[in-house]
Design a protein. Structure first.
Length: 87
């Protein structure tokens, strides 16, 4: 295994971030960069099988529950059909 070196230039904000991460986690600058590289190289975990609905289900409010949404739509359709029949 050959050793490779990485030199990066940080602005003041990034340097403060590295310092805060060092204080908070106790990791060295090298360990912080290595962990960041590992995190970037692995794909984010998404719920399997649910698709986009499962990913954003907590953002849909009252429409988050598929069964309730379906029941609400059925109720509206039935009410409109009943209104047409009684004319």
């Amino acid at each position: 295994m050959t050793t490779q070196f990485l030199t990066i230039r940080l602005n003041a904000v990034e340097a403060r971030l590295i310092a805060r991460l060092n204080e908070k986690t106790g990791l060295t600058k090298t360990q912080i960069v290595k962990q960041a590289l590992k995190n970037l190289s692995t794909p984010p975990e998404h719920p399997s099988g649910g698709g986009l609905f499962e990913i954003g289900a907590d953002r849909f409010g009252r429409y988050g529950d598929k069964a309730r949404q379906s029941a609400d739509i059925k109720q509206v359709v039935r009410a409109r059909l009943d209104a047409k029949r009684t004319r």
